[in-house]
Ligand binder design. Structure first.
Ligand code: ADP
Ligand code: MG
Length: 382
């Protein structure tokens, strides 16, 4: 009978002007994770929150952060870290909207941008900082970013943020944050080793966890196309082009070199697509994202740079040109479609050699991938 309980933002004890922002942004009722995580966040206990992709984790930590923020204290109070510039910018835009009726200063702090400008922005002690770990640590060390009033530290895509590449940077950032600050981890995937690791810097975190079998969403249909060898994938992709061009689509390719090769072939063969990877300049990356978000480009080739967090509602199809190296990445990639209960489709291009790994992924998530049917269009109808 409890399942019938109507969730409401009104019962979450939020500031009136925050509620106004939430409703004017278009959220009517909280999602499950928002309803669960916001009250825990407000207790100021550390929290590890996991929920499937596309279910509103951003709203959960932003609404909580804005609720906790003391508007009258003009110091940096909240630090939100995530792995890519693209994700920082996306979270920033949501934060600006949700805080429209509050008196709050928010700043993005990411690499690849002008350092002098960055320092100038930080001189104003923005109350909320959303950033990538490298630049944030750099700004702390250069004494441009003051951490002594930070009471809330949020890691979005926490398992990625705590993975090998970022770990030392994160460790160094944590050292500078007041000991009693609240630390909050959010991700769709929280592997066991992350929970173990979190023991080292969190205090009795409250956990909201999802079983791995429950991670694949019903709304996302998963197909595969089997071919003998890697070299045939390109032709398969060309055959798919007209079908996939009716919706918006991301095609994931594991390596940057392969991505460029596929891109150049597609352009040469007159199949317009765009591409993104981490070695483009910051401003090029921004431009590519703007064009894709506006629907100006429909098909985007990407490395795992965009495997996490990116939210483009019209995106209904994900193609894995290569299966990702880790099982976590698989769930993040396909979760780029089917946002907030929408329908999505994913297609995996698998060679004979990949079939075994594909079966492993199926078993791991207790899910099923079917051979791609002729009438793919029917699944893509938006
Ligand atoms: P996650 O981080 O869990 O993958 P996001 O926070 O990116 O998901 O949210 C996915 C989509 O759901 C976004 O487009 C967001 O605007 C939408 N959304 C989130 N919360 C709500 C809500 N309470 N009501 C309506 N839409 C929501
Ligand atoms: Mg997210």
């Amino acid at each position: 009978m409890d399942e019938e309980k109507k969730l409401s933002f009104d019962t979450l004890n939020l500031k009136d002007n925050l509620l106004r922002g939430i409703y004017s942004y278009g959220f009517e009722t909280p999602s499950q994770i928002q309803d669960k995580a916001i009250p825990i966040f407000m207790t100021r206990k550390d929290i590890i929150a996991q929920a499937q992709s596309g279910t509103g984790k951003t709203g959960a930590f932003l609404i909580s952060s804005l609720q906790k923020l003391d508007e009258s204290v003009k110091e940096t109070q909240i630090l939100i870290l995530c792995p890519t510039h693209e994700l920082v910018h996306q979270i920033y835009e949501v934060a600006v909207e949700l805080s429209k009726y509050l008196d709050v200063s928010i700043m993005e702090v990411v690499g690849g941008t002008n350092v002098t400008e960055c320092r100038r922005g930080l001189d104003k002690n923005p109350q909320i900082i959303i950033g990538t770990p490298g630049r944030v640590l750099d700004m702390i060390q250069k004494q441009s970013l003051f951490t002594n009033n930070i009471h809330t530290l949020v890691f979005d895509e926490a398992d990625e943020i705590l993975s090998f590449g970022f770990k030392m940077t994160i460790y160094n950032i944590i050292q500078t944050i007041p000991k009693n600050a609240q630390i909050c981890l959010f991700s769709a995937t929280i592997p066991e080793e992350i929970i173990e690791l979190s023991d080292k810097f969190m205090t009795h975190p409250e956990k909201v966890l999802v079983k791995k079998e429950a991670l694949t969403l019903e709304g996302i249909t998963q197909f595969y196309i089997n071919m003998k060898i890697n070299d045939w994938k390109y032709d398969v992709l060309k055959d798919l082009y007209d079908t996939i061009n009716i919706s918006q689509c991301i095609i994931y390719i594991n390596s940057k070199n392969k991505l460029m090769e596929v891109y150049e072939c597609l352009i040469r063969d007159n199949f317009p697509v765009s591409y993104i990877h981490g070695e483009l300049t910051s401003s090029d990356r921004k431009k590519v994202m703007e064009e894709f978000r506006s629907g100006h480009t429909r098909i985007l080739l990407s490395t795992d740079l965009l495997s996490r967090g990116i939210d483009v509602q019209q995106l209904s199809l994900v193609i894995n040109f290569d299966l990702p190296k880790s099982k976590e990445t698989y769930i993040h990639r396909i979760g780029r479609s089917g946002r907030y209960g929408r329908k999505g489709v994913s297609i995996n291009l698998v060679t004979d050699r990949d079939m075994h790994y594909m079966k492993e992924i199926e078993e791991f998530y207790e899910t099923k991938m079917d051979e791609m049917p002729q009438n793919l269009e029917d699944y893509l109808s938006v």
